[in-house]
Design a protein around this ligand. Structure first.
Ligand SMILES: [Zn+2]
Length: 252
């Protein structure tokens, strides 16, 4: 019964995340209007707006104008469902469950918006930061253990980016990516964040090799925020499965 409930909430939240993914980069309201077709802007009746089910029944085509609906909608709903089920089984504490779901859902949105538009919604960075701060104060964490990794990472990457811009005269990392790294550092501490950055760089390298092989273009811009977001979710889940206690690795 509980599993069924988790599936239901997971796909519904996933459906809302799809709205965020579509509207945040365009600076549209996330509440009004209600769901509409991305092609012809026709309002979607509720019975064609049931997560996963509608997509499968309509075979990935919109009912109004019969154009194909991105597989992304299905993907996000399924990933969101998996995150809720996973959280239910693997995270015992309710506070930890809430914090993980806020972070993983926001990161899922960032993963797609950065991939599609090189855009990391600032609202989501703020949401993650405030949630983590509230959680840490409420659970009596030493805030310094969270602010210090964040400040170190921000300082390091800002200097690095300024240097590459000045010396190599090219852009390396966007400020959205740097803020995201800072927030992840605030959330998980220095050690896990460094693992996340290494893992994200590896994913980006694979992505780059892949694009190089098929496109043969000179300049390839990679959505580093996407790989960062994906690595952050995966690394944190792995750390939680392994019950890996990183608190001793926080600076002091
Ligand atoms: Zn349509």
């Amino acid at each position: 019964m509980m599993l069924f409930f988790m599936i239901l909430i997971g796909v519904s939240v996933g459906s809302f995340l799809n709205v965020l993914i579509h509207r945040l980069p365009n600076k549209q309201s996330i509440i009004f209007p209600s769901s509409y077709c991305p092609h012809c802007k026709e309002k979607i009746p509720w019975y064609y707006n049931i997560p996963i089910v509608s997509f499968l029944i309509l075979k990935g085509l919109s009912n109004c104008c019969n154009k194909s609906i991105s597989i992304r909608y299905l993907f996000v709903e399924i990933i969101s469902m998996v995150l809720w089920i996973w959280t239910y089984y693997y995270i015992p504490n309710i506070d930890d469950k809430i914090l993980f779901l806020i972070f993983s859902s926001s990161l899922l949105v960032i993963m797609i918006t950065d991939y599609n538009h090189f855009y990391i919604p600032f609202e989501l960075n703020i949401l993650m930061f405030i949630s983590a701060l509230t959680f840490f104060i409420y659970n009596d964490h030493n805030l310094w253990n969270h602010f210090l990794p964040m400040l170190l990472l921000l300082a390091y990457f800002i200097v690095l980016t300024l240097l590459t811009t000045i010396v190599l005269k090219r852009d390396s990392m966007g400020y959205g990516d740097i803020i995201l790294i800072g927030i992840i550092g605030f959330w998980l501490g220095l050690f896990l964040t460094l693992i996340i950055i290494v893992f994200a760089s590896l994913l980006s390298l694979i992505h780059w090799l892949f694009l190089k092989a098929i496109k043969k273009e000179e300049s390839i811009v990679l959505p580093f925020g996407s790989t960062l977001a994906m690595s952050a979710i995966l690394v944190d889940m792995t750390a939680k499965i392994l019950q890996f206690d990183t608190s001793f690795l926080l600076i002091w």
